[in-house]
Design a protein around this ligand. Sequence first.
Ligand SMILES: CC(C)(COP(=O)(O)OP(=O)(O)OC[C@H]1O[C@@H](n2cnc3c(N)ncnc32)[C@H](O)[C@@H]1OP(=O)(O)O)[C@@H](O)C(=O)NCCC(=O)NCCS
Length: 153
Amino acid sequence: MAYAKWEIYPEGRPDIDKLRELMDPDDALVDDFGLLRKAAHEYFSHCNGEMGKRPHILLALLVTSSRHLGKGAGSLLVQWGLAMSDKSGLPAYLQASEAGRRLYRHHGFAELSKVEFNLTGYGLNGIEVMTEMLRYPPTSTTHAYIAYQNLTT
Ligand SMILES: CC(C)(COP(=O)(O)OP(=O)(O)OC[C@H]1O[C@@H](n2cnc3c(N)ncnc32)[C@H](O)[C@@H]1OP(=O)(O)O)[C@@H](O)C(=O)NCCC(=O)NCCS
């Protein structure tokens, strides 16, 4: 019905060096979308590498079967990770597609950055917007610090 992959990095990512590696050139030759996969690889590696310097929980994947959209399955899987985030004090981080952005906003994620991929440059149509999003648990000391900074500047 629905699938999520949450990755938990209490001390930041142990694979930061691997994230800096370029995509295997052979992967670009598998089908006609090698250039798009290369752009996606660079985007995700860069974002995950930067966030990976800090402790966090990453929502790496979320998808609901088209037959079961809008029934709350995606929300349940997001809530599972947010409960882990609240319990551990680790902020929750993700890169949202446009299909997911609204759902994540409803669950308390704030937008950090947006990147537009013009798909016509990759043999497809339209524009895909990716949004980095972050949600601090209510008890997070980092969150409290940022809130304090905002109040005092
Ligand atoms: C994003 C995605 C995972 C959402 O999955 P979902 O199971 O439909 O999510 P939910 O049902 O929990 O929520 C979807 C909407 O239905 C609403 N909803 C939830 N339960 C509901 C119910 N019982 N009755 C009516 N509406 C309901 C939610 O409030 C939500 O509304 P919102 O978009 O205004 O927040 C799904 O659209 C998807 O797989 N998209 C393609 C892959 C993708 O882009 N994934 C995100 C990558 S970051």
